[in-house]
Structure formats: C-alpha cells, structure tokens
Design a protein around this ligand. Structure first.
Ligand SMILES: [Zn+2]
Length: 510
C-alpha cells in the first residue's frame, strides 16, 4: 500500500514543498530511500523504527520504499523523520489516510518517540502557507519562531504517541499563542561604560548612519566591551527584519527554542582563527556563516589585522552586495549578509604605539606594514576610525552618570528616519554609510562654510578621494543626528576626527 505525506525541505533561507511517498510491499523485508537524501536523511530508518516501537506503534516487516519528491534536489537534515513515520503508519493501516490529508509535517524523531526541534522552522512554515496546507505539524520546541508567521495554522507536538492520538481522533494539537516580540531586556548598556566619550560618540554615529567602524587601541582598552553594546543603540528590528534574522538564525541552528525571538539586532563576534566557511557560509546544507548570522546586526572582528589576506578578501562580496552566494555542484544558495562591521586592531604589532609610557619599540616600517593590511575593499567600507586610549585607573573608580543606551537609541532612530526619506530615490541605499560619495557631494546639502572647510582640510591633510568621501558620509550623519537639513562646518570638523591616517594613500573613490 502506498501513502503520501506532505513535507518541505530547507534550501538556504527558503524552503520548498516535498512529498514523502511510502510504499509497503510484500516480500523480503527491507528499507530503501530514494530521491537524493543526504546521510542524515537516510539515518531516518533507525530513528523511525525505534520511535514507532517506543510510541506503542509498529513498523511491520515489509519491503519499504521511501521516495522524496521532487527527486532532483538534494535533501538534508532530520525533518523528514516525522513524515516518514506517519507514512509507514498510513501504509501499514495503523492510521487513516484522511487523518493526515492536507497536513504538512516536519520533525526529527528521538528513539524514545519524542519529536525534537529542527532547523529552519520559519522557512518551513512559510512553505506550508504557500502550499496551502491545512496546518503545519512541527516540533513544539519550534513553535515560537514559526508563530511569527501569523497566517499559518500550527500544530506543535512533542511526542509521536500524542500526535497519533490526535490524528486518530480527528483533532490537532492546539496552536500556540501569537507572540509579541520585544527588545531583549537583558542587554549590555552603555551606562556601564565609564569614560571613553570619543568612542561612544563614534559608535552613536556608526549606529545612526550605518557606518562600519575600526577601533584602534592597546589591549585592555575596552574595544570588545564597547562593540558588544552597539546593538543596544541600533533601531529595533522591524517585522520584516525580524523574520529575516530569525530565518537565518534558525537555519544556522543558533535560535533559542525556549522563548519568543527578540527585536534586538544580533551581535556576532567570531574568533580571528575562524574558518572561511565558518565566516562566509558553506558546509552541509549549506549553512550560513557569521556574516549572515550578523545580518541586520553587528559583526565584531577583533584582531582584524591578524585575519589572513584571503579571509579579508572574502569579506568583499558581503560588504558590497549585502549577501553571500554559495555555489554548489547543482545549485547556488544565497544568504543575506547586511551587517555593521566593527573591527578592532592594535595600533602597532606590539600594541603600545602612542602610549605615553614609551613601551612601544616597533620600527616605523613595521607599523606601516602592519597598518597597510587594512587596504582595498575593506578600507573602502570603513568610514570611522577611532583611537581608543587605555582607561585611566582614576576614571574606573568614578561612578559618573553615564547615558543609558535607550537615550542614545532614540537619537539614532530619529536620524535613521531622516535618511530613509533622503534615500528613497537611491535603490539599495538606506543609510549614509551606504551612500556613494559622489552622490553625497552633489546632494548632501553642504553649507558653504562646510564646503570650504572640507576643501581646505583635503588640501592641508592631503586627503585621498576615499578619505574625502568617508568624511562627507560621516558629516552627513552628524548633521542627521543634530536634525540639521544642511551639513555645517562643525559636522565636517567632527567627521575629520574619525578620518584615520590614510591621508597619503591612493585608491579610487566609489
Ligand atoms: Zn609597538
């Protein structure tokens, strides 16, 4: 007897409908899976057999053939366990075909008959909706994320036995309540950072204008502590951004299953020894890399200048296109990767250049070679360079009244609103950090005094075209934070504080 159970498979951050056909034939008992299953899908036989028995059901000795259709796309993961188990129940007469009609089913089975969480529940829920399924049967642990998609009936379940009871009775497990995502309540706050006014100001500008940042300072200056607080002043994720972030985190297997996802932008801080697939994406599935797990949030790369050249080069596509394309033998998969990059670096190989103690013994040529590692596409994309000094011990003892993140975030949100109107005419650009320098030169609304100050600084400091445009972008954000229509000279002066030391370099502007 033949049974057909509807299911779906994840590809990238999307999912496509799959029909699981299960045939039980007389003859020598056996188990064959066809339709391009990966190794983890093939292991379903062991899990399904044990789960059925431990749920008080049976896997009768038949010649079982399971076909995953369409057969020409490779299927990965463990989400087919549940549809395969249900298919064997229908094919062996333990469950009526009508009981599962119109349902789309996904879930991993434990040997004990439990239904375990899977990756990609949100994309799978979207596939269920698009396929017009009556309901999505899914692991209870995945209900929070799938429920973000409000227009699909969910039937979350944590054991095969209770699911079969429901289906035999013609009922479905009850749907979860509609979630109300909030900002994470337990975020690190800028009020905990004593001093460092210049670095805090730079991060406020970075958040407001979507500028990538390089923090340069000696070890222990608090670069990581500052970067970790950047998500707390970014605008909270709106509904669309939240769904994008949850989808990529779900496929990446890092979404917590015990609570409703939050609107706080993600923060990712991979170690500088991370592999290329770990950073960019790849592996089985394929899976998203750190650049995609940081989508709509912050990617913090400590020891940025220690990263191998080929890793820095691989950052080019995500920084320019806000996405990553992973090409496989048969297909290519795209992951979103629109993140704010915060790099941290020591000022010189020993880390102590610029300190009044005179500890640094690095030769000028060594320092120049070290800093030149930041060049090419990466340098082009980092608008803000911030020197951070070691925090004086006296400052650490003070309990100064520092501004909390929520106050800073309110200014950031207001500045973002002004940019949204400005860039309605430029496709793909939302913030000053993404604006072409030439466009801003014409349309950035430079006051006359600002224009002459910028021209004079370009001459005196021998600013490269690249540094000139960086300064202009940052100044536009300073003006947006002030609520100014035009860029005044004071905004140019502040932007010049963050220009870095590439005044002599060449390189074409963008
Ligand atoms: Zn040094």
């Amino acid at each position: 007897m033949l049974a057909a159970i509807r299911s779906a498979a994840v590809l990238g951050v999307d999912a496509f409908a799959v029909t699981v056909e299960v045939d039980a034939a007389a003859g020598l008992p056996g188990w064959t899976m066809v339709g391009l299953p990966s190794g983890s899908v093939k292991e379903a036989r062991e899990r399904v057999g044990a789960a059925l028995v431990n749920a008080g059901l049976q896997l009768p000795p038949r010649r079982w053939t399971i076909n995953l259709s369409p057969a020409d796309v490779r299927k990965d993961g463990t989400a087919f366990d549940l549809p395969v188990a249900l298919g064997t129940l229908v094919a062996s007469g333990q469950l009526e075909a009508d009981a599962v009609a119109g349902l789309l089913c996904v879930g991993e089975l434990g040997l004990d008959g439990g239904i375990r969480p899977i990756r990609g529940a949100l994309p799978l829920a979207r596939a269920a909706r698009d396929a017009g399924a009556r309901a999505l049967v899914l692991p209870a642990a995945n209900a929070h994320e799938a429920a973000l998609l409000r227009d699909v009936r969910l039937a979350p379940c944590d054991s095969l036995a209770s699911l079969v009871d429901h289906l035999r009775a013609g009922t479905l497990p009850s749907a979860p309540p509609a979630p109300t995502p909030e900002i994470a309540p337990d975020q690190a706050c800028f009020s905990e950072v004593v001093g460092q006014p210049l670095a805090k100001r730079a991060l406020e500008i970075a958040a407001a204008g979507g500028h990538n940042v390089l923090l340069i300072g000696p070890p222990g200056a608090g670069k990581t502590m500052l970067a970790r607080r950047l998500p707390s002043i970014l605008p909270p994720l709106d509904d669309d951004a939240l769904l994008e972030v949850v989808a990529v985190h779900s496929v990446g297997g890092i979404l917590p299953t015990d609570r409703v996802p939050t609107r706080t932008p993600p923060f990712r801080a991979p170690h500088h020894t991370i592999s290329l697939p770990g950073l960019i994406g790849g592996g089985p599935g394929p899976r998203p890399g750190e650049v995609s797990l940081a989508h709509r949030g912050v990617l913090f790369l400590d020891e940025l200048l220690e990263l191998p050249r080929y890793v820095l080069d691989a950052m080019r596509q995500p920084l320019e296109d806000a996405r990553v394309t992973i090409v496989r033998a048969a297909q290519s998969v795209a992951f979103p990767a629109r993140f704010l990059l915060v790099g941290a670096a020591n000022p010189c190989p020993c880390g102590h250049d610029g300190e009044p103690t005179g500890r640094c013994r690095c030769a000028a040529a060594e320092i120049a070679r070290y800093r030149s590692r930041l060049s090419g596409p990466l340098a082009d994309r980092i608008d803000l360079h911030v020197r951070i000094g070691a925090v004086a011990l006296a400052a650490l003892g003070q309990m100064a009244q520092e501004e909390p993140s929520a106050h800073i975030r309110a200014r950031v949100v207001a500045a973002r609103t002004r940019q949204r109107d400005r860039y309605a005419v430029l496709p793909g650009v939302r913030v000053n950090g993404e604006a072409p320098g030439r466009w801003l030169q014409q349309h950035g609304a430079l006051a006359a005094a600002a224009r002459s100050l910028l021209a004079e600084a370009a001459e005196r400091l021998r600013l490269s075209a690249r540094a000139f445009h960086r300064t202009l972008r940052v100044a536009r954000t300073v003006a947006d934070l002030e609520g100014e229509e035009r860029i005044e000279a004071s905004a140019i002066a502040e932007a010049l504080l963050f220009r870095g030391n590439d005044s002599q370099e060449g390189g074409a502007p963008r």
